[in-house]
Design a protein around this ligand. Structure first.
Ligand SMILES: Nc1nc2c([nH]c(=O)n2[C@H]2C[C@H](O)[C@@H](COP(=O)(O)OP(=O)(O)OP(=O)(O)O)O2)c(=O)[nH]1
Length: 170
């Protein structure tokens, strides 16, 4: 068994707009997304989420609200990705492009789902409506979802986080 890869994903939003970043390199390159990355050794998940938000967007959030947990399985890979999703509506600083991300505001009614990870259209409505959620997606390659479940949850602290893929890895 391999430990899950722990990641963060933070969204800055107003009632009408959301800030997304165009990923210029690495995993998810060419797609619009929230701001986030790997939790480093010695960091809390919340601390990592704030650091990644700052590094990738230039913004400082005093408070991030945890709104979801997403699990990603890639067929053939024994390691699950465990992504902790946050939102904030209060921030400081100036939006700044980084080597990794080009931030841009989008009206909520024109989120560019076709240029985002395919799973996002499933769980964004929960995130946008501040409804806590838990999702599990199995990908074959980088685009095709071969299994998914998505649940509304009352208490994210009570979600039982899987530690191995649903599919046996051969
Ligand atoms: N919206 C969305 N985000 C995803 C999906 N899968 C996935 O890993 N992410 C997020 C989680 C992380 O925020 C980000 C991947 O992190 P990363 O590899 O860029 O991490 P990092 O910044 O630490 O990487 P690096 O500096 O070492 O290149 O993508 C997905 O299906 N949808």
């Amino acid at each position: 068994m391999v430990a899950n890869k722990l990641l963060t994903l933070a969204f800055v939003k107003t009632p009408t707009n959301i800030l997304l970043g165009y990923k210029k390199r690495g995993f998810g390159m060419g797609r619009w997304n929230g701001f986030g990355g790997k939790v480093e050794v010695g960091e809390t998940i919340d601390g990592a989420a704030k650091r990644e938000l700052m590094e990738e967007s230039g913004l400082v959030a005093n408070t991030l609200h945890k709104i979801g947990i997403l699990m990603f399985e890639f067929v053939g890979d024994p390691q699950l990705m465990e992504v902790h999703v946050f939102t904030t509506n209060e921030w400081k600083g100036t939006i700044t492009e980084s080597d990794e991300m080009r931030p841009e505001w989008f009206p909520i009614e024109s989120i560019p789902y076709k240029k985002m990870w395919t799973d996002d259209q499933f769980w964004f409505p929960y995130m946008l409506n501040a409804r806590p959620f838990y999702g599990y997606f199995t990908f074959e390659g980088m685009h095709k979802i071969v299994y998914h479940r998505l649940d509304s949850v009352n208490d994210l602290g009570l979600v039982e986080i899987p530690q191995q893929p649903r599919q046996p890895v051969i």
